[in-house]
Write a new protein. Structure first.
Length: 121
């Protein structure tokens, strides 16, 4: 995994795991790779993965089942989507609108391009 300097590594890994949950790579109720496996796969220290797992537990995305490992919680997808939606409306959208204003993009232009992008996907 390639990391950037804009965000803590453990949060970037948490985002990566969350994306895998939403996309179905890690299904609700399913065991996720161990701390050591993920650390080796991502080229980071196991302590970083433990910090990631603590964050995901705090967000109620995963749970530790003693003796058998970490599992995706059954309602993890909706929790992730709600968190991402909040982040979008509180952080991403205000910055996006600020950038559009600076660039002189009108509301009609925004609507047109949003519709075009939605039709592409």
């Amino acid at each position: 995994m390639n990391f950037n300097n804009d965000k803590s590594i453990f949060l970037q890994i948490a985002d990566n795991i969350s994306e895998k949950v939403v996309s179905g790579v890690y299904k609700p109720g399913e065991k996720i790779p161990s701390v050591r496996e993920l650390a080796a796969d991502m080229g980071v220290n196991p302590t970083t993965i433990m910090r990631t797992f603590k964050e995901l537990q705090h967000m109620e995305i995963i749970e530790n089942k003693r003796g058998i490992g970490y599992h995706v919680k059954t309602d993890a997808v909706s929790k992730i989507q709600n968190h991402k939606k909040d982040e979008f409306f509180q952080v991403v959208l205000p910055d996006f609108l600020r950038q559009a204003k600076i660039a002189g993009v009108s509301n009609d232009e925004l609507k047109k391009h949003i519709n075009l992008k939605q039709n592409e996907s």
